[in-house]
Ligand binder design. Structure first.
Ligand code: FAD
Ligand code: GLY
Length: 379
């Protein structure tokens, strides 16, 4: 039991995950969410737990963090589903990364070599072998990598479960409550300013996703270098004859957008995603949706007949080096948990366990040490 009053800014998977772990340990936690919890990037995401597919092979520390977080998932799901009594549809079917043309196969073979170098659980397949695993794949698929250990969750169910678990463990939730800024006295943080006045606390966790830079009172040199990266998505309704079983990703050397198709237990097929530097603009575009539909149709021609259920766009919180910003800052008692970019769902368990441990013990673990803000601060 720790005797600290903690305020968390932002109710996405990151803020909720940390809040849940702290409340469970007996801390006094208040979470401020300016809208409804979990309707930012955490709602928009596809829920893939795929460390390598989302990181560049040269980003070894980020890859290691992702692999560690993936290994925590079985324990995380068990604990969360027990506390929340909500199933989050954790699936362990793996991912097929497919190519359709000789250029794509070339790109796939580079990826495969890097994966093998890192000793990842991957298999090279011919088109025919890939279709044995996933019969909905196009006859044009010439080669594939089977990433056996990639998993997925339904991220929207995870948001709902985290909210329930957080409240069940005694966390206080203030929805529709925006934090305007932090209050600092003599270099030490003393509270936050919110719509209904100043709230005193011992620790603030900044988990406001791509809006983290908008919090007032943080000196310029200490601001997390986070920007929004737009992703357009759509959901199709799977029907008899077009029942995709496994996550499919395309490698398309000639096109601007590679796509992924993620089947859900409820029959939806999530298709994503564009990656656009458009500031806070979340409008859907003809070009974006066209590229997604074309990519999905090329990999799985049967999608041509499927009804479109929904379209949306979300904003990934991207940092300058694609990795999250985690841990202590030069402002005493201000902790960052932001910038999870394309991997926030994957990285939720490690972030929640390690940041809550940091707050309870005042010690930064080896796992998050390379991801502190200090890497961006010039000495
Ligand atoms: P968010 O979920 O954005 O939450 C931040 C919250 O802070 C918001 O609810 C916001 O309202 C609140 N807030 C902001 N300012 C304030 C304030 N001043 N006061 C109070 N509250 C405030 N990751 C994966 O691992 N796998 C995937 O398959 C995947 N797919 C993705 C697909 C798309 C299209 C997108 C956009 C992202 C995807 N991601 C994926 C990335 C993942 O969604 C994010 O990294 C993750 O959700 C970030 O969580 P968060 O809690 O930091 O941010
Ligand atoms: N991780 C999938 C995406 O960011 O689109």
């Amino acid at each position: 039991m720790i005797n600290k009053k903690i305020i968390i800014i932002g109710g996405g998977v990151i803020g909720l995950g940390i809040g849940w772990q702290l409340a469970k340990a007996g801390a006094s936690v208040s979470l401020f969410e300016r809208d409804q919890v979990g309707r930012g990037a955490s709602w928009a995401a596809a829920g893939m737990l795929a460390p390598l597919a989302e990181a560049h092979t040269e980003e070894t520390e980020l890859l290691e963090l992702g692999v560690k977080s993936l290994s925590l998932y079985p324990q995380w799901v068990d604990e969360l589903e027990t506390d929340a009594q909500i199933c989050i549809d954790y699936r362990v079917d793996g991912t097929l990364i497919v190519g359709l043309e000789p250029d794509d196969t070339h790109q796939l073979s580079h990826l495969y070599a890097a994966q093998q170098q890192m000793d990842l659980d991957v298999n090279w397949l011919t088109g025919g072998e890939a279709r044995e695993i996933e019969p909905t794949l196009s006859p044009r698929v010439t080669a594939a990598i089977h990433c056996v250990s990639d998993h997925q969750v339904d991220n929207r169910k995870m948001v709902n479960a985290l909210q329930r678990a957080y409240l069940t463990c005694g966390g206080v939730l203030q929805e529709n409550s925006s934090v305007e800024g932090i209050v600092i006295k003599d270099g030490t943080l003393t509270g936050v300013s919110a719509e209904d006045g100043t709230q005193k606390c011992d620790v603030v966790v900044l988990a406001a996703g791509c809006w983290s830079t908008q919090i007032k009172g943080i000196p310029e040199s200490v601001r997390p270098p986070i920007r929004p990266v737009k992703g357009q998505m759509l959901a199709l309704q799977m029907e008899e004859g077009v029942e995709v079983k496994t996550v499919i990703r395309t490698v398309r050397a000639k096109y601007p957008t590679s796509v992924y198709l993620v089947p859900r237990n409820d029959g939806r097929l999530i298709v994503g995603a564009t990656s656009e530097e458009m500031g806070f603009d979340t409008r859907l575009t003809v070009g974006g949706i066209f590229e997604l539909l074309r990519g999905a149709w090329e990999a799985v021609p049967g999608v041509y007949e499927l009804p479109i259920l929904d379209t949306w766009a979300g904003l990934r919180p991207g940092s300058r080096d694609n990795a999250p910003v985690l841990g202590k800052t030069p402002i005493e008692n201000l902790i960052y948990a932001t910038g999870h970019y394309r991997n926030g769902i994957l990285l939720t368990p490690i972030t929640a366990y390690e940041i809550s441990k940091l707050i309870m013990t005042d010690e930064t673990s080896e796992a998050i040490e390379p991801f502190q803000l200090s890497r961006f601060i010039k000495q």
